[in-house]
Each structure stands twice: as C-alpha cells, then as structure tokens.
Design a protein around this ligand. Structure first.
Ligand SMILES: Cc1cc2nc3c(=O)[nH]c(=O)nc-3n(C[C@H](O)[C@H](O)[C@H](O)COP(=O)(O)OP(=O)(O)OC[C@H]3O[C@@H](n4cnc5c(N)ncnc54)[C@H](O)[C@@H]3O)c2cc1C
Length: 508
C-alpha cells in the first residue's frame, strides 16, 4: 500500500531475540501503512535467553499492541512484579524494597520524604517502606492491579517477570500474524552502498539477499551491523559498572508461595538475582571478572540458590556500555546490539522498548531518512542510557561495605559528574534532581538513598515548624490504612490462579 504516493519503508530486522521480535511486532502492528517488515534470525545462533524481570512500562507496550494481559501471562509463565527487594547493599544485614510506586504524598507543598526525614530525625518514624502501598503488598505476598482514580490503592504500578525463552516466540507469533515476513538462516555478509556507506542488503549463507531501506540491528552482543559493519564506536562503562559476567541457573521453587517481586542480594563480587516465575525460579550471580573467576561464581550460585537446579550454571559475558550512536547511516541498534547495562534494575528490555517507541515517532516515511530525525533519536537514547547508568552506579557507590575488594572499589571510585551532582543535591537539601525524560523518578532515588543509608544533612525546613506529634499521627494513620487495604488483597498465587481460571473459562 502507498501513502501520499510514497512507497512503504522496507524495514529489515536482523535478530529474533526479545529485541528483534519486539521491534518487528511493534512496527508491523503500529505502522501497517508505513512499514513493510522483514526479520532474519538464526536458530543455530540462538538468543541470549535471559531477561526475565521488567519495568511497568512493558505493560504499555503489551497494551498498545492490543495483547490481552492474561493470554500473555499464560504464554510466558509470567508473574506480577511490584518492585525489587535489595538485600545487603548498603551494609550486610540491611534490606529495602525499591517499589513501583510512591511513598506517601506531598503535604502543604512539601514532599512526603521531607516529613518522614523530620520525624526520623526526631526518632518517631517507622521505616520509609511502611508508607508505600507497593512495599506493603510485596512484603505481604499480595497482588491486585492498582485501582483507578486517586485512592491509596492507585499509588503503585506493576510489571511482569516472565520466561525470556517464551517471550520472544510469543512476540514472533504476534509479529507473523501482523504481516512480518521471516527468514530463517545465518547472515554471512552485508552489502553497502559504495557512495553513502548505507547498508543495502543482508546476504545469507544460502545466498538469499534481503534488501531494505532501514535496517534494525537486533543481533545481540555481536552487533553485526552497527558494530561490526559500520564500526560504530563503543563507549565502555566498566570503570563505573565493573560487573561483566553472569552465572545463570534456573531452579525449582515453591509454586504455592510465589513472591510478587524480584530479589537482588549483594554478593562479595557483585549481586545475585532471584526472579520467581510461575514454573521456576530464575537465579543468577552478576559479578566482576576482575574480582571473581567464572568457576567461583558458578560454585557460589550453586550454593546460594534455593530449590533444585534445573540446569548447570551458564556463564554469560558482557561489557557494560553503549554504542556512541544507536542510529548510524540507515542502521538502528535496538537491544544488546546497541548497548547493555547490567540487569540490577531490569532496564534492558525497557531500553529496547524506548528505542522502538522513538523509532515509531521518528519513522522515516517512504524510505527517506532525515538526518535531524537520526540526531534526535540518538539524543533521546543517550538520555535514557545516561539516566539508567547513574542510577545503577548509585546502588554500588552508596554503601559502607568494606568486606571485599569489589565493594572497596565501588565504594571509593569516582562517579560520573552527573551522578555526583545528583548526590550533592540530596546530601545538602534532601532534593532529587528533576528531569522530564528517562528513568527514574523521585520515589526510586529516595528508595535507594534511604534504603542504603544515605540520609541528607538537611531537608525542607518547613517541616520543623509543624507539631511533630500531629505529623507522626498522620503518618501512622497512613501506615494503618495501607496495611488494612493490603490485607484485603488476594495473595499473589491466588490472583494468578484466578486470572488463569478466568482465561480458561473464556471461549477460544
Ligand atoms: C545476565 C543477563 C541478565 C539479564 N536480565 C535482564 C532482566 O532481568 N531484564 C531485562 O529487561 N533485561 C535483562 N537482560 C537483557 C535481555 O536479556 C536483553 O535485553 C534481551 O534479551 C534482548 O536481547 P537481544 O534480542 O538484543 O539479543 P539476543 O537474544 O542475543 O538475540 C540476537 C538475535 O540475533 C540473531 N543473530 C545474531 N547474529 C546473526 C546472524 N549472523 N545471522 C542471523 N541471525 C543472527 C540471533 O539468532 C538472535 O535471534 C539480561 C541480560 C543478561 C546478559
């Protein structure tokens, strides 16, 4: 079909992992009149096959594509996620939940956390998490979708924890049903235009030639188009995020007691994840190879993981950082081909989703690429990466741990200027830097600062003029209201079962 006389843009997606199929499905469904989508993937090469925890934004993606949530959850054996429980990060023995939701609300124009800090100063506050609906529900193992409107039960969000090996195939089926053309096989060479240097076609092992106007590189860590072919420079962030390996090992788990949150436990040379799915527990040790060998990490995850192992530990190697430009010539990198920040805050699929969203907004109609759109795309993607990077570094840097070389390094390292400025603002005045684009917002920063033991020297002085007993009574009422409402929510497993039964009862 043509629009205003323009032919459709021929988009070729290289790679059929999570990023590839999200891109192909998204473009085919949302730009049916502008894009003709082809995807090339190789079963021989396979996918990275990890990436189980997500952020609430994924729901927007699933919804925009018109996918029914219960169907999606059944297909990917997914559970609900209300946040991440961080253990032993600030110091050994401490823990806090970074929730998908707020802590209390502003009173008299003063942010809730300032009121809490004042009460804390006076020794009258309960832990900050007690004033968050999402934290209370997570701790009680309960789940229900947030309410509409402005009630207490509307003050949180949720995400999914799903089987990464099932998510790609689910998106594949969806993509194919929406008109994506799929080629199976290995790409062995890339043809470029002699003048412009743009990519013209992918050439496959059996000689097939796949031509296109726009190429989306979703080839994973190899970055066949953006990295290998175009030589797009890599910005390495290992000096700030030294973890560069993971040993992943799925285990059985107690299926009658599934937690609605991910757990991240700090370890001597990194941290380990526990991601509960419907049918198993995802486990992995993310570690720094400068501080721990692969064999030691595999042994450590064997010892630490609960449940029966379902496979031997599998080591994944990566480099934290990103390509300087995610869009170069007529190639756009999405997913691991464009960059990778370790999974401490489950941000990788989010970053792929944002790249797809920006691509849709800046989509080159009729195959003609406007350099200004490319620059804007790169600017937006840069912001996303920088924000996530700073937030991740914070988790390592704000600690009193001195029990290993790894923690001594991250505790004392120099951090990016952008993060130093944010921390300075917090230390001096209890303030969070405001920004419009990118992750993360106030509640997230506050959760990590407070959770890891970094309280500011000062907070909003207006709180000191209020009667502390009245403030304490108001906070206590809030805490009790939250507890009361949470007690009425179904336990997580019961909710999962109820949704599954509802789906099963629907006509096919
Ligand atoms: C240890 C670890 C834990 C993670 N945890 C999380 C998490 O909890 N949450 C999160 O959001 N993200 C997480 N991620 C990131 C997440 O796994 C990825 O973002 C996601 O899977 C996307 O991967 P991809 O599609 O870019 O690459 P891949 O899955 O590697 O897919 C690459 C595709 O390219 C194809 N390909 C490559 N070369 C060729 C060729 N020459 N010819 C044809 N096809 C080719 C392959 O066949 C494959 O289909 C984690 C990553 C790691 C390493």
């Amino acid at each position: 079909m043509q629009r205003e006389g323009k032919p459709k843009t021929r988009v070729v997606v290289l790679g059929g992992g999570t990023a590839g199929w999200m891109t192909a499905a998204g473009l085919a469904k949302l730009l049916p009149d502008l894009a003709e989508v082809t995807l090339v993937e190789s079963e021989d090469i396979g996918i990275v096959g990890v990436g189980e925890a997500t952020l609430p934004h994924i729901r927007g993606f699933v919804e925009r594509l018109g996918i029914d949530e219960a169907t999606f959850m059944r297909a990917t054996h997914a559970t609900y996620k209300l946040g991440i429980d961080f253990r032993d990060f600030g110091s050994i023995g401490t823990s806090y939940i970074h929730p998908f939701g707020s802590f209390g609300e502003e009173v008299a124009g003063v942010g809730f956390h300032h009121w809490w800090l004042e009460l804390e100063r006076q020794g009258m506050a309960a832990p900050l998490g007690d004033y968050s609906f999402a934290v209370a529900a997570a701790k009680a193992n309960r789940f229900a979708p947030p309410a509409e409107g402005t009630s207490l039960a509307s003050t949180y969000g949720y995400a999914y924890q799903f089987d990464a090996t099932l998510f790609g195939p689910f998106m594949r089926e969806f993509g194919l049903a929406n008109g994506v053309t799929r080629h199976e096989g290995r790409v062995t060479s890339v043809e470029r235009d002699g003048d412009s240097g743009d990519v013209r076609a992918l050439v496959m092992e059996d000689g097939r030639r796949i031509e296109g106007d726009l190429f989306v590189d979703c080839s994973g860590f190899r970055s066949l188009l953006l990295g290998e072919t175009l030589g797009e420079e890599w910005e390495d962030w290992t000096h700030w995020l030294p973890c560069d390996r993971a040993a992943a090992m799925p285990c059985t788990h107690e299926t009658e007691d599934i937690r609605p949150y991910t757990t991240a436990t700090a370890m001597p040379a990194g941290w380990r994840w526990q991601i509960p799915l419907q049918h198993r527990m995802g486990n992995g040790y993310v570690f720094s190879s400068a501080h721990l060998s692969e064999d030691e990490a595999c042994e450590a995850i064997r010892v630490a993981a609960e449940g029966e192992p379902l496979a031997d530990p599998r080591v994944l190697r990566f480099r934290p950082g990103r390509r300087k430009h995610s869009w170069s010539h007529n190639v756009i990198g999405v997913g691991l081909a464009s960059g990778f920040l370790e999974p401490l805050e489950s941000t990788s699929i989010y970053l792929a989703q944002m790249a797809i969203t920006y691509l849709i907004e800046l989509f080159p109609e009729g195959g003609a690429i406007d350099g200004r759109d490319r620059d804007e795309f790169n600017r937006l993607v840069d912001i996303e990466y920088d924000r996530v990077r700073d937030f991740l570094i914070l988790h390592y840097h704000v600690t009193t741990r001195d029990d290993s070389e790894f923690w001594n390094h991250v505790r004392t390292m120099a951090v990016p200027d952008s993060l130093a400025a944010k921390m300075d603002l917090w230390r001096k005045a209890g303030r969070i830097e405001k920004y419009a684009d990118g992750l993360f917002y106030d509640a997230s920063w506050i959760a990590v600062y407070v959770g890891q033991g970094l309280l500011p020297d000062k907070h909003d002085t207006r709180t000191a003029f209020a009667d502390p007993h009245r403030v304490a009574a108001a906070l206590e009422r809030l805490r009790q209201e939250i507890d009361g409402e949470v007690a009425r929510m179904p336990v997580h497993v019961a909710y999962l079962k109820r949704e599954a039964a509802r789906l099963a009862a629907q006509p096919a």
